[in-house]
Design a protein around this ligand. Structure first.
Ligand code: SF4
Ligand code: SF4
Length: 428
């Protein structure tokens, strides 16, 4: 831990940081150790490294739960979250940074979590030329000069005291675009920065919610689940070996893709705008763990393949280098898509046959015509009728047919449904 330096604020100056306001409202500060619930408030310190603020925008669009529910403390069982965010907070300057100082000094009187957006740059590279990559606030050096405090430094100071450290977005989880080959900053993910031995004050390793940008709901849902755990109201949610919420990132995006049926039948898009599977124009979905096709981008709407975009693997630790060049078919897809094409060429005609059968009311078979005013519907050929005859036998081989075909089910008085009677007579 770095030494705590005197803040560059005159002692007589009145501070109005949110954290201090809450502290003064609660005259008996609790010890800094993370308590099991019930918690009234939890502070959330949002730090931004090499970031485009896309994660912030994604989270502000979350709906299940929404950010406003977390911030107003109106979600049942959850404490109110007091967010200290460099863009969204109303305070600025020293008042804003004071919140972070109180957390660092263990004077918040409430537990806190650290949320890191963007990758963590290697500040020692910038220091060589007297600069910095990403900073928040300033502090006075022993020689009287002031220097910006790198967000990496804040992360190092706050992480051991935090109830949890959450890395949001692929830059913070795995380094992402700022850590791509050729980058000058030595950028890395939070997990790489803090190391495998890192544990929060509550014993948690770094929680990773990847995506570029991530699905906002993935973040708010995970935060809500972790808060329930800290409240003592629920178990620790399941995380995989890379710290991802397992229930959100276990499956590939291909598993739930709206175009997966096309893939399975070997039908592929030739260009953007086509409605079929996009693998041959560059989709990496079959090997990418992501839930955007089922969760949508915002409020269950949108999301890559749902709206015609290919998957470029943005949730994965190998992104972006291992998924480039974008917009070219992944090399391995040649084997799998051609196998689907082969199998699909056999399966497809059989399915279309069944589809035509399922597209007819039983009554139309009896009357021999389809009473549609929209167009002519071809009657099944003799071959199709023969196939359907055996298909029907197979379908009800060991199952009861719908309707009143069993003597026990007949109407009293011997009334027989005309269609059943016709069928019985036809069978004679
Ligand atoms: S578009 Fe991508 S994710 Fe969807 S079915 Fe095709 S390969 Fe799978
Ligand atoms: S589908 Fe692919 S590109 Fe889209 S969000 Fe998921 S991982 Fe990223």
């Amino acid at each position: 831990m770095a030494t705590v330096l005197t803040p560059p604020i005159a002692p007589e100056q009145t501070l109005e940081s949110t954290a201090r306001v809450f502290l003064e409202r609660e005259p008996k500060p609790q010890p800094q150790e993370v308590p099991f619930g019930p918690l009234r408030v939890v502070h959330a310190f949002w730090l931004a490294g090499m970031s485009c603020d896309g994660c912030t925008i994604a989270v502000s669009g979350a709906t299940n739960p929404g950010l406003e529910g977390l911030l107003t403390g109106t979600l049942p069982g959850l404490p109110k979250v007091i967010l200290h965010h460099p863009v969204l907070s109303v305070e600025a300057g020293d008042e804003f940074v004071e919140n972070f100082r109180l957390a660092e000094e263990g004077k918040l009187g409430a537990p806190f979590v650290v949320i890191f957006e963007g990758s963590v740059p290697d500040e020692s590279i910038a220091e060589e030329t007297g600069g910095y990559w990403a900073a928040l606030g300033v502090e006075r050096l022993p020689d009287g000069r002031h220097r910006p405090i790198p967000t990496a430094e804040w992360l190092r100071r706050l992480a051991p005291k935090a109830a949890a450290v959450i890395a949001i977005g692929t830059c913070a989880t795995w380094g992402g675009i700022p850590a791509a080959a050729g980058n000058p900053t030595g950028a890395m993910g939070v997990m790489d920065f803090l190391g495998a031995d890192y544990r929060s004050a509550f014993g948690l390793p770094v929680i990773n919610i990847p995506g570029c940008s991530p699905v906002g709901d993935n973040f708010t849902e995970t935060v809500a689940a972790v808060l329930l755990f800290l409240q003592g109201l629920g178990p620790l949610p399941e995380f995989d070996e890379l710290g991802r919420p397992a229930w959100l990132f276990r499956d590939t995006v291909h598993h739930r893709c709206v175009r997966a049926g096309f893939y399975e039948e070997g039908i592929f898009a030739r260009e953007y705008g086509d409605r079929e599977c996009l693998v041959e124009i560059g989709c990496w979905g079959p090997v990418v763990q992501c839930n955007i096709t089922s969760r949508g981008a915002i409020n269950h709407m949108g999301g890559c393949m749902n709206v015609g975009g290919i998957c470029i693997g943005c949730t994965m630790p190998g992104f972006p280098d291992r998924f480039s060049p974008f917009y070219q078919a992944p090399p391995g897809s040649m084997i799998s898509s051609n196998t689907s094409r082969l199998v699909g060429s056999l399966i497809r005609p059989l399915r279309r046959l069944s589809m035509r059968y399922a597209n007819r009311e039983p009554r139309w078979d009896e009357t021999g015509r389809v009473p549609s005013g929209w167009g002519h519907v071809k009657e099944p050929s003799i071959f199709e009728r023969a196939v359907h005859f055996f298909y029907d036998k197979w379908q009800f081989w060991s199952a009861e047919r719908p309707g009143r075909t069993d003597p026990k089910e007949m109407y009293a008085g011997g009334y027989e449904v005309p269609a059943v009677r016709k069928r019985r007579e036809a069978r004679r």
